[in-house]
Design a protein. Sequence first.
Length: 65
Amino acid sequence: MGYYNYHAMIKQKIKQGELERFEFVDSYKKYSPCLLLYFKDGKVFPIKEHRFDEYIKILNSQNNA
């Protein structure tokens, strides 16, 4: 079984310009609160609260590029 790095794959997709939009929600499945990232291929990736700061920095840098 291969190694699957969830966050590295998401960051790569963002870097490649595949992110369509994102939103913060109160609850998503078992995560509360949650950041949802929506990609052009129709996939949605939830991000847990302890990673919010990391992703906010990435999203801000993409918007300023």
